[in-house]
Design a protein around this ligand. Structure first.
Ligand code: UD1
Length: 422
């Protein structure tokens, strides 16, 4: 069963702040980033509790609009609280967002929308203060597609006056999920499906229960783990339509799959073909979040694969630890060349960010002997049950005690590759 989506849950948790009432999020993933967002919301006065995977948020007593940099530095998605606090309180004072180091991650596109809506923005060292007497609805065309800036603009527009029309918006499924959550809350939103969103500010909002959709990146991680070890995997509740670009590549590698209802069955026994050129891109293009995972799989393919990273310039960091494991990878600017098949050997490596960490788990499954992945707390920012899932699929992975904070993964010997249902 695929966990709820991190990148849908985080903006929706921020959106709950817009309503002076209660929100219940079912299927919310229990991962570190969600807990960080929950803690920040608590500090703002939100009462929270969990029942299983349902997160209850009571926003009646919101008592501030300041978030310290020690909180915001923990996670990039903290920036989404700017839009919702601005929408609700017309004021936010917060540190700059942190998050995985995967390239320059400015917030100019976010601030430009706030300014155009009439907000005053003051940047003071490591603190950002955004205030507005009133937020006016605007027509705004993003100069570049950004998931976070689209989400922040939508959140601010809910607290604005009249219609806000946003053009050249991100069309990622997580943006659609945020809009469908807000609609359920009572906001009028029109989406032409081609990158234009119209949001009516000032709607009367009501309590809402919402089911967080499954995580397409987690589903893709498991699919690619299966591809790397040439196994068979069954994924329940897989967001198949959102995996279109990945499934196309998977077939090119020689993988086969079957979809029935919400279940995706993959058979990787025929996976072998290198991928001449894969380019990351905004949705529905191939997601940058899956690029490090694909790179790990390319190490196992026959011949030269090439990847062009078009979203984040610094997202080839996983190449270094992969090379330490024996991968043959050359990086030139935004291009990576991966020569396969490489003989991967287990060794100590470091997870440098969330998806790089997951990519190392995939590589470790194909490597001879034991791999020790340090800084595995990165993996836990986004994956709730990756270690259990890998064990279920026939790999062997265990976490050392928390003070050491590293994960040992043992490769599956070729002769022991299993047919697995996960
Ligand atoms: C979100 C996802 C992240 C994913 C990324 C791209 C969440 C919590 N995170 O991140 O997992 O990898 O989308 O799909 O949903 N940019 C600017 N100025 C800005 C904002 C962005 O130049 O103000 C640039 C970025 O540097 C990057 C590109 O736009 O090159 C896309 O970034 P963006 O879509 O904003 O990513 P995030 O929302 O941070």
């Amino acid at each position: 069963m695929v966990q709820g989506s991190k990148n849908a849950a985080l903006p929706i948790m921020a959106a709950a702040l817009l309503h002076n009432g209660c929100t219940i999020l079912h299927g919310c993933p229990k991962i570190a980033d969600v807990f960080v967002m929950e803690q920040i919301l608590q500090k703002l006065g939100v009462t929270t509790h969990w029942e299983g995977h349902s997160l209850f948020l009571d926003c009646h007593q919101v008592c501030g609009c300041s978030i310290s940099s020690s909180e915001t530095e923990k996670m990039r998605a903290s920036v989404l609280l700017a839009g919702s606090l601005l929408g609700r309180e017309k004021c936010v004072c917060m540190g700059y967002p942190g998050g995985c180091v995967i390239g320059r991650r400015p917030i100019d596109l976010h601030l430009e929308v706030f300014a155009r809506m009439g907000a005053d923005i003051q940047e003071d060292g490591d603190c950002l203060r955004v205030t507005a007497d009133r937020l006016q609805g605007i027509r705004h065309r993003f100069p570049k597609v950004s998931v976070g800036a689209t989400e922040n603009a939508v959140l601010a527009a809910v607290g604005g006056e009249g219609w806000t029309i946003l053009e050249n918006t991100a069309r990622e499924p997580e943006v659609t999920a945020l809009c469908s959550f807000l609609k359920k809350m009572g906001v009028r939103i029109e989406d032409n499906g081609r990158g234009t969103l119209c949001i009516l500010g000032g709607c009367i909002l009501s309590d809402v229960e919402y089911v967080i959709p499954p995580d397409r990146i987690v589903a893709g991680t498991l699919l690619l783990a299966g591809a790397a070890v040439r196994g068979k995997i069954t994924l329940f509740k897989a967001p198949v339509q959102q995996l279109d670009s990945l499934l196309t590549l998977y077939q090119k590698m020689g993988g086969q799959y079957l979809v029935s209802g919400g279940t995706l069955e993959t058979d990787s026994r025929g996976v072998r073909n290198a991928l001449p050129l894969t380019e990351t891109g905004v949705y529905p293009g191939f997601p940058t979040d899956m690029q490090p995972l694909l790179m790990a799989v390319c190490c196992t393919l026959q011949g030269e694969s090439r990847i062009r990273e078009k979203v984040f310039e610094n997202r080839f960091r996983v190449a270094k630890p992969l090379k330490e494991m024996g991968a043959k990878i050359r990086i030139r600017g935004a291009y990576a060349k991966i020569q396969g098949p490489a003989v991967l050997k287990g060794c100590p490596v470091e997870a440098m960010d969330l998806r790089a960490g997951a990519a190392l788990v995939i590589a470790a499954l194909c490597a001879a002997g034991e791999t020790i992945i340090e800084s595995c707390e990165y993996i836990e920012r986004g994956y709730e049950t990756l270690y259990q899932d890998i064990n279920l699929l026939g790999g062997r992975i265990r976490k050392e005690n928390d003070s050491i904070d590293e994960t040992e993964t043992t490769g599956i010997p070729a002769k022991n590759k299993k047919e697995i249902t996960g």
